[in-house]
Design a protein around this ligand. Structure first.
Ligand code: FMN
Length: 207
């Protein structure tokens, strides 16, 4: 006998829908976005509604909800104002700083200073990147899609420059054991990779 909780999003409460979504789409990679404001303040915030969306040209997406008062988060404001952002991979040694960077800070405060992380320059964009992690993708804004009646912003960025520390590579590949990335689960929970499996396709070719 099945004992499913049956949910119709048309009538369910927002919090319940959120709990089902973030408990089911797991683990989620985290797009740690660094940006700079028009006033020159460096900003850093994590987004787990994040994925890769295109290879040629390379594109990634972030979904940036509005603040409870309806205003836009600093990251989205900065991306709209400057047309750029940098994606930093979150790795295990800095997972706590990543969480702390999501605390609400005042307009003039930088999460870099608040968390002790080091901003270093990008090559093609003005936004800084996080020195303490091994992979940074410099992105220019492709477009912001506003989804549904609440015009929920989905930011798509084109990756115009990649920095990959070879210390996290083996041959031509990024080596997951060396990278040691972090994923978001639900609630206040996060995870490392755990066990890794390998199973090739019949012809041995990648898909
Ligand atoms: C691991 C993690 C993932 C998050 N994912 C998202 C997300 O996908 N979308 C979102 O709007 N906020 C997300 N948040 C919350 C933002 O990081 C938070 O609102 C942050 O303060 C926004 O900063 P900003 O105003 O400087 O842009 C996440 C927080 C954490 C810790």
């Amino acid at each position: 006998m099945s004992d499913y909780l049956e949910i119709d999003p048309a009538t369910a409460e927002r919090r319940q829908i959120y709990r089902m979504l973030v408990g089911s789409v797991v683990p989620r990679p985290i797009g740690w976005a660094s940006t700079v404001s028009k006033a020159g303040v460096a900003n850093l915030a994590p987004f787990s509604f994040f994925t890769v969306v295109c290879v040629v040209p390379p594109m990634i997406s972030l979904t940036i909800a509005r603040n409870p008062d309806g205003s836009e988060k600093h990251t989205l404001k900065n991306i709209r104002d400057t047309g750029e952002f940098c994606f930093n991979v979150v790795t295990q040694p800095v997972w706590k700083e990543m969480v702390d960077s999501a605390n609400g800070f005042a307009d003039g405060d930088s999460e870099f200073a608040k968390t002790g992380l080091t901003p270093i320059p990008c090559v093609k964009i003005e936004a800084p990147r996080v020195k303490e992690v091994p992979i940074h993708f410099e992105c220019k804004l492709e477009r912001v899609l506003e989804l549904g009646p609440n015009r929920h912003p989905l930011v798509i960025g084109e990756v115009i420059y990649m920095h990959v520390d070879q210390a996290c590579m083996t041959g031509k590949y990024i080596d997951m054991r060396k990278l040691n990335p972090i994923g978001r689960l639900n609630g206040f929970f996060y995870s490392t990779l755990g066990e890794i499996f390998e199973r090739a396709f019949d012809d041995g070719q990648p898909r």
